[in-house]
Ligand binder design. Structure first.
Ligand code: NAD
Length: 448
């Protein structure tokens, strides 16, 4: 649609730096138009027979499945992620979220017995660039199931799959105004979250912007949920199956180039097996294929943007200056585009920036520990609290650890597993509110 702002911005392929498209920049008049459309559709959508609402959401899920190839290619072109990840993870999981929440639409009264669930109204949703369609699904599916209408803004570097999603909503015959997609950068996001007719704000992104949004909505009575950054510990005990742990460590930090809020970016390994584990890890890193995101064999794709690449380079530089030792496999990188080699830092201490700050790139910081208590202390020594991993053969130790780790999700002998039925979210500076599962409906409902 022509923007009232009259402004457009380019979106590029980070693997080639070629422009893919021009996208409209929504400013005040466009944000007003989208919110007004959502507000006008709210009453009839909220009053629609729940089983009919469910039918629309199921239809969206089926269309996502039918158009999965196209969506996977667009996601990889626009964002730089390997096609095997967009094809096997992002798109199927996005469809699964709509499928799952469609099932709740006509069961809300049973989900919250003796309460009267009702929609909260227009939802303003802002998402980041690391899992564009999946983050959209996490936000739109529960909002629609609960009877709300939405205005969603994708990140400025990855707007294309959300625009295809708008087309899918039309294909599903969703009533006009129920889902509205606006594109633009931070200014657009801030206009959306502070719009007076938006009743619920859902944000996924950096802790820094999350804090700005929390300030902007304070005192307005708007519902708010924040999914922010992380600096997760992936903890390997000496009795863990080491080869399996190596796969989990690789997946934990190099999946999606490490652009993952719950990435296992701090490896905590028990001292007695550290040397052996690190030797195995280096061998495995040497086999990773870095390059063309559209090649089915690629393991690590392009960094999402030049700005993100510079942020990663800056933090890696700080690691070297502070005395950590770096290991990078000798892989060749394409001449054009934004690339960063998988990187492992050893000799890292807790005070190093690379052990404290979220790098959001393919960079692992390795620390060691001697006792389970020391592992817990180091794992929790972070302002974040989103996720953690524990690798051990002892079931009792897994339970002992999970009771003590301040993390919203703890994976045991696996990492980065997602399921629409399972709530996800953080503590401390990782935000509040949960997405997924029954808990994921709560931010979108008023309960009398
Ligand atoms: P970001 O905070 O810069 O941007 C996220 C979104 O917010 C984008 O759409 C952006 O345009 C918008 N935005 C920017 N300024 C805004 C403002 N003032 N008001 C409203 N909207 C604004 O983050 P990013 O760099 O795009 O994403 C990376 C961050 O997201 C990482 O820190 C990562 O940990 C976090 N993240 C968290 C989760 C989670 O579920 N916890 C998931 C994915 C990413």
């Amino acid at each position: 649609m022509e923007p009232r702002s009259g402004r457009w911005f380019p979106t590029i392929n980070p693997a080639t730096e070629e422009q893919l498209s021009e996208v409209s920049e929504a400013l005040k008049a466009d944000v007003d138009r989208a919110v007004t459309a959502a507000a006008s559709a709210q009453e009839s959508w909220g009053r629609l027979k729940p089983s009919r609402r469910a039918r629309y959401i199921f239809r969206i899920s089926r269309l996502l499945q039918e158009r999965s190839r196209e969506l996977a290619v667009v996601e990889s072109l626009d964002g730089g992620k390997p096609i095997k990840e967009s094809r096997d993870v992002d798109i199927p999981l996005a469809a699964a979220h709509f499928f799952y929440y469609a099932g709740w639409a006509d069961k809300l009264e049973w989900a919250f017995p003796n309460r009267r669930p009702r929609p909260v109204g227009v939802c303003g949703q802002v998402i980041p660039w690391n899992f564009p369609l999946l983050m959209l699904a996490w936000k739109i599916a529960p909002a629609l199931a609960a009877g709300n209408t939405v205005v969603l803004k994708p990140a400025e570097t990855t707007p294309l799959s959300a625009l295809l999603f708008a087309e899918i909503c039309q294909q599903a015959d969703l009533p006009p105004g129920v889902v509205n997609i606006i594109t633009g950068a931070g200014k657009t996001g801030s206009l959306l979250v502070s719009h007076p007719d938006v009743k619920k704000v859902a944000f996924t992104g950096s802790t820094e912007v999350g804090k700005l949004i929390q300030k902007a909505v304070a005192g307005t009575g708007k519902h708010l949920s924040l999914e922010l950054g992380g600096k997760a510990a992936n903890i390997v005990f000496d009795d863990a199956p080491l080869d399996q742990a190596v796969e989990g460590i690789i997946n934990g930090i190099f999946f999606n180039q490490g652009h993952v809020c719950c990435a296992g970016s701090r490896l905590l390994v028990q001292e007695s097996v550290a040397e052996l584990l690190l030797a195995k890890l280096r061998d495995r890193v040497d086999t990773l294929r870095v390059g063309d995101p559209l090649d089915k064999n690629t393991d690590v794709g392009a960094i999402n943007s030049r700005a993100q690449l510079e942020k990663i380079q800056g933090l890696v530089e700080s690691g070297l200056e502070e005395g950590a030792e770096i290991y990078q496999p000798p892989c060749e990188l394409p001449a054009k585009g934004f690339w960063f080699r998988p990187t492992i830092f050893t000799n890292v201490s807790q005070s190093h920036r690379i052990a404290r700050e979220e790098i959001f790139g393919p960079v692992l910081s390795v620390l060691t520990f001697r006792t389970p208590a020391e592992a817990v202390e180091k794992a929790n020594n972070t302002p974040y609290g989103l996720s953690a991993g524990v690798w051990t053969e002892k079931g009792s130790r897994i339970l002992w650890m999970t009771e003590r780790l301040r993390a919203g999700v703890v994976w045991a002998n696996t990492y980065n597993r997602f399921d629409p039925t399972s709530p996800f979210g953080g503590y401390k500076e990782s935000g509040f509110g949960r997405e997924g599962g029954l808990h994921g409906l709560l931010p979108y409902l008023g309960l009398n």
